[in-house]
Design a protein around this ligand. Structure first.
Ligand code: GAL
Length: 751
């Protein structure tokens, strides 16, 4: 007998409902991240309906303990998200085991960031707010009493036989004690993801310098070596904003002390100040495990778990007392002398890999939490503690973290991994956008110059453009024959900073991810054209396309077969993504000189080639090593700044170039603030609209105009003078003059 439980749904915000199943105990992802929903922005989004009635969501008490959550799925519905997934984008038909894992080499669902949130292409979002490992059967189970009569087929003769059953349900095994379940509705996947991000507190807005180039130096570098390496960037005309120090800055590492190694860094304050003078910030690597040599050790000992890692303590940072100890030491030794943030390493780990170093799931912590809960949330706890540490100084930070979970949208951290497959790295960039995560496909080394360039070209179009040379000692100029290409793309990133910063401001205020996977992009395109297709069918014919309408290199693509039984497999388009609303990036991988690109509807131009394409089709593009295929929408208005060697500091002003593409009218938002503090949350920021109009005589004119509260995600709009007179930028924080470039086909002569 199955025992059904009726969940009681409570509306938390328009289009967001919660029900508590069983009696969940202890910390959850949303409590660890201390998520404060942006209720005003959620209210402005208005209501939305789920694709099914809420009472169709079933909860069953399982005979052996625990609960099963069952949610309806349509036959073709696709299911995205579940955290930082490397192996696939659409999880339909798979069982996902959402456990944190530092080495997620298999397609099981385990991940650095196993977020128990998914979104479907029909706009259904589900979050299980628990610190426990959750198993999600994403349309992979069929009950005997629901079996369709024609479901069993003969594999010997039937070419339609499929390995994956057609299931009408998502089934989620909830923890034994139960969990809070949240439902997020939306007109399509993007709408739902925005609600999820807003519920988690909105997206993060990095300091402007966080969007510059990052370089991490070899692990045992001294202060002199780090300064020399930084100056080499300036000498060679490579922009760089952040120098990252790896384990060797600690007096001991693995486990760590959080104290400077005085032999390598005799005067940390002067070191940080010297780099600051040359325009660099300093980021410090650390991990959670506290060395017996650390001054903090004795005080943290009673506040730590009953297992060690590499001989160090694993402190219980759900305890305020432990947080205070960690924060005051960090504030005194690092933050006060000007360190800009951290790389929070090895807060993941897993006990079943062949390289088992983490505390076990049965570890006990003084707060009463166990190892499983602590492992699932360790990354989140560190993100929150350090964000608060900087927030108390009214300073924004931006850093790296190797583990995360739900509720991370508003935390200023970017995920990374020791795994190093370029394709998986690009897929992770796409997948992160479904789960309120940011990811960097960091570059470390390369097999050859081609691989080097292709990886560098991807990383500059990501949330953090970083070379991590901790182990290989590489530099951006390590392959001299392609040094000019790498320099070109790092400079292009700097040029795009106003555009990127605005994309992050949209994330902050209205929850729109700055980097978006194609299912989110096509959902948006369908919404803009009033179409019913929520992106599920990808909005584009996968087979027949009108080649003549699709520009010079358009091609027709047939689905491929993947097995002896003729099962067809649709392409997921998990190797291309959008940056903001107007740039589509389609990376190339070593060994490739051409690729297919799914272009959303509308007219597009090659950003650097000026080639014109009609979208709504799949095109094949050729591209030599000098170029990564990037497309810009007709009518796009892209704000640029000069390719400085570092981001402008608060109070510094730079000229603004506003580039408009093609013949059509268009508009864009431009966001600006001091770039460094939280004053923007108290109204110290501005949104402007950049409008280009095509006049009756075919000429184009551009103007900067006011923005309504709705357009700016409701953030307060400062009054300002009209700013249309030539050469004036009005009252921006960062821009002192404006140059318009109208009707361009490419950026070629502007970079
Ligand atoms: C790894 C990390 C690397 C590097 C290294 C230093 O865990 O992923 O990026 O920081 O530690 O030991």
């Amino acid at each position: 007998m199955i025992q059904l439980i009726q969940p009681v749904w409570q509306e938390k915000a328009p289009g967001v409902w919660s029900a508590v199943v069983g009696q969940p105990k202890g910390v959850t992802p949303l409590s660890a991240a201390d998520c404060k929903p942006l209720t005003e922005a959620l209210r402005r989004m208005g209501g939305a309906e789920l694709p099914f009635a809420r009472d169709e969501v079933q909860v069953e008490a399982l005979a052996g303990g625990g609960y099963l959550l069952r949610l309806p799925l349509a036959e073709q519905e696709k299911l995205f998200g579940l955290g930082l997934q490397f192996m696939r984008m659409n999880h339909r038909g798979r069982t996902r085991y959402l456990r944190v894992n530092s080495d997620p080499k298999q397609d099981t669902g385990e991940s650095h960031a196993p977020v128990p949130f998914y979104v479907t292409d029909r706009g259904c979002g589900v979050l299980v707010n628990t610190a426990r490992v959750v198993t999600v059967h994403a349309g992979a189970t069929v009950r005997a009493d629901e079996q369709r009569a024609d479901a069993a087929r003969d594999r010997n003769t039937d070419r339609g036989w499929q390995a994956t059953p057609v299931s009408a349900y998502v089934e989620i095994r909830l923890p034994a004690e139960g969990a809070e379940v949240l439902l997020f509705a939306g007109a399509n996947a993007l709408d739902t993801v925005r609600r999820y991000n807003l519920y988690c507190g909105g997206g993060t807005l990095p300091p402007r310098w966080g969007l510059g180039f990052w370089h991490r130096v070899p692990k045992l570098f001294s202060d002199r070596e780090a300064v020399q390496e930084a100056l080499e960037f300036r000498r060679r005309d490579f922009p760089c904003d952040v120098i990252g120090l790896e384990p060797g800055w600690h007096s001991r590492s693995y486990p760590v002390t959080y104290e400077w190694a005085h032999d390598r860094f005799p005067d940390p304050r002067s070191f940080v100040a010297e780099l600051g003078l040359h325009g660099f910030r300093v980021n410090l690597w650390e991990h959670p495990y506290v060395s017996p040599e650390a001054p903090l050790y004795e005080r943290l000992r009673p506040l730590s778990g009953n297992y060690t890692v590499w001989g160090g303590l694993a402190p219980d940072y759900t305890l305020e007392e432990a947080q205070v100890l960690y924060c005051s030491q960090h504030e005194e030794q690092h933050v006060r002398i000007g360190v800009s943030g951290y790389k929070l390493d090895e807060c993941d780990g897993s006990e079943l890999t062949n390289n088992s170093w983490m505390f076990p799931a049965h570890a006990q912590f003084p707060s009463g939490h166990d190892g499983e809960q602590m492992r699932q949330l360790y990354g989140l706890l560190f993100q929150k503690m350090t964000e608060d540490l900087y927030r108390r100084q009214n300073v924004r930070t931006y850093g790296l973290v190797r583990a995360s979970n739900a509720g991370a949208s508003s935390l200023p951290y970017v995920l990374y991994s020791d795994l190093y497959d370029h394709r998986q790295f690009v897929r992770a960039l796409c997948n992160a956008s479904f789960s309120g995560l940011l990811w960097t496909p960091e570059v470390r080394k390369a097999q050859n110059a081609e691989d080097w360039v292709r990886r560098m070209q991807s990383v500059v179009f990501s949330p953090m453009a970083m070379l991590n040379a901790w182990g290989d000692g590489t530099k951006p100029w390590s392959f001299p024959e392609v040094e000019h290409i790498v320099r070109h793309y790092i400079k292009l990133r700097m040029r795009l900073m106003p555009y990127l910063y605005t994309a992050f401001a949209r994330y902050r205020f209205d929850g729109t991810p700055p980097f978006r996977a194609m299912p989110l992009v096509l959902a948006e395109a369908a919404e803009a054209s009033g179409g019913a297709d929520g992106g599920g069918g990808m909005g584009v014919p996968a087979s027949r396309t009108d080649a003549s309408a699709a520009g010079p290199s358009a091609a027709v693509v047939e689905n491929t077969t993947d097995g002896a039984y003729g099962k067809t497999k649709a392409k997921e388009w998990d190797d291309q993504f959008m940056v903001g609303g107007d740039l589509l990036v389609a990376p190339l991988f070593a060994g490739e000189a051409s690729r297919e690109v799914l272009l959303p509807p509308g007219v597009w131009y090659g950003l650097e080639t000026g080639e014109r394409y009609d979208g709504g089709v799949i095109v094949t593009v050729q591209s030599g090593l000098e170029r990564i295929p990037v497309f810009v929408r007709e009518g796009a208005v892209i704000p640029l700044m000069p390719a400085l060697d570092r981001a402008p500091r608060a109070g510094e002003k730079v000229p603004l170039d506003i580039v408009h593409f093609g013949d059509a009218s268009g508009e864009a938002l431009l966001y600006d603030d001091d770039g460094e503090t939280f004053d923007y949350e108290r109204g110290q920021h501005i949104w402007r609209k950049l409008v280009v109009r095509r006049n009756g005589d075919g000429s184009l004119t551009g103007e900067i105009s006011d923005v309504s509260a709705d357009e700016s995600g409701g953030s307060e709009v400062r009054q300002h003078e009209a700013a249309n007179e030539a050469g004036s930028a009005g009252d921006f924080y960062t821009y002192d003059s404006v140059q318009w470039h109208l009707g361009k086909r490419s950026l070629a002569d502007l970079i």
